[in-house]
Design a protein around this ligand. Structure first.
Ligand SMILES: Cc1cc2nc3c(=O)[nH]c(=O)nc-3n(C[C@H](O)[C@H](O)[C@H](O)COP(=O)(O)O)c2cc1C
Length: 348
């Protein structure tokens, strides 16, 4: 295995990115968000080895397998990376215990809101904690519960999403919590955007969709091919048909799996109505559907019947590239974007 040289930030980017770099302990404040079935040890460690920051997805994994994946990532990199735990996953507590026991440097809580005691446990292990915040009140609660940083993820993102766009979250949360490092996600695919977010006060950025098309990403070739051809408007989000079955929206490319999800919801609602299923089991079936169908597409390559979770930025992507080239492009674009902003300021 040839060791690739890490990508370096420029001197002026270092000034804008200082807080994010310091928080992550990386050369670039650019995170590859956790992606179930996709964010495996090779991708996570390569991100970190190249100077950015990888996030390992616990997803719905059996605890033993997750522990193995943490060890494998540690074998492949000496750089910091995070573990991402989903608070609503059946093995969530075990996943959290594994990250704490193995002293992973950063823990990202995803899914619903982590309890104060869970954040405390993560911090007691020495980890820095990142939590998602989709409203001002959640941001305040996460900070008072001890989160060290926040992730804002707008509804442009791929995967499970909230209802509010990145543009609004920036104004609602980023602008109002200047003392907390905030990483922005959802719809980002260019370095220029990352530089401008830095000027707005963001500590850094998290992307998922952009990194699916890295050459080294283990997603199936057919999955990547669809990403290459897709337009932004084809990355649609799922509706919720009834408050009796609350579902977290998923953004994915429109295909049979998306329409089948509508049918599944209607079937589950029928079963809830006739009492043959309870609400907790119905919700479990919803989540199970996505995990299984993402695997079908991303691992098996069934791009018609499997889920093609993708953000709207998929429309901007047009080539599969080595990860190092993607990161270098992001840095070059960010530096250029910063240069343009500086030029503009000089005229003021
Ligand atoms: C295929 C796919 C799978 C994802 N799986 C997860 C996951 O398991 N856990 C999680 O917290 N986020 C997940 N996400 C969200 C990403 O971590 C990231 O926050 C998101 O992709 C950022 O928005 P973008 O797609 O516009 O770059 C997933 C995203 C994609 C595209």
């Amino acid at each position: 295995m040839t060791v690739q040289t890490p990508v370096k930030a420029t001197e002026r980017l270092n000034k804008v990115w200082a807080r994010g770099k310091d928080f992550l302990g990386s050369e670039l404040p650019i995170m590859c968000g956790a992606m179930t079935w996709i964010s495996d040890p090779p991708l996570v460690s390569l991100m970190s080895n190249l100077g950015a920051f990888g996030v390992l997805a616990a997803g719905n994994m059996p605890p033993d397998l997750f522990a193995e994946q943490v060890d494998k990532t540690n074998d492949l990199t000496s750089k910091p990376f995070a573990g991402n735990v989903i608070t609503i996953a059946p093995n969530y507590q075990d996943h959290l215990d594994i990250l704490c026991a193995k002293k992973v440097s950063h823990i990202v809580f995803a899914g619903s809101l982590p309890r104060g005691a869970e954040i405390k446990k993560a911090k007691a292990s020495g980890a820095k904690v990142l939590a998602f915040a989709s409203t001002t009140s959640i941001a305040k609660r996460m900070i008072s519960n001890g989160a060290d940083a926040l992730i804002l993820e707008g509804s442009e993102a791929g995967g499970h999403i909230g209802h509010v766009s990145t543009m609004v979250l920036l104004q609602e949360i980023l602008f109002n919590f200047p003392d907390v490092p905030i990483f922005v996600a959802g719809g980002i695919a260019t370095g220029r955007m990352i530089a401008h977010l830095g000027l707005m006060g963001a500590a850094g950025a998290q992307m998922g969709t952009r990194f699916v098309v890295a050459e080294e990403c283990g997603a199936h070739e057919k999955f990547k091919d669809v990403f290459m051809k897709a337009r932004a408007r084809e990355a649609i989000s799922t509706p919720q048909y009834s408050t009796k079955l609350p579902v977290v929206s998923v953004r994915a490319l429109n295909n049979h799996a998306m329409s089948h999800f509508g049918e599944l919801q209607l079937e589950l609602l029928e079963q809830l109505k006739d009492g043959s299923l309870n609400r907790a089991d119905a919700q479990y079936k919803v989540e199970e559907y996505w995990i299984g169908s993402l695997r079908n597409a991303a691992v098996e390559g069934d791009v018609e019947h499997g889920s093609l979770m993708a953000g709207q930025s998929v429309g901007i992507l047009d080539k599969v590239q080595p990860l190092r080239d993607i990161l270098q492009d992001l840095v070059d674009e960010a530096d250029q974007g910063l240069g343009q902003a500086i030029e503009l300021m000089q005229g003021i």
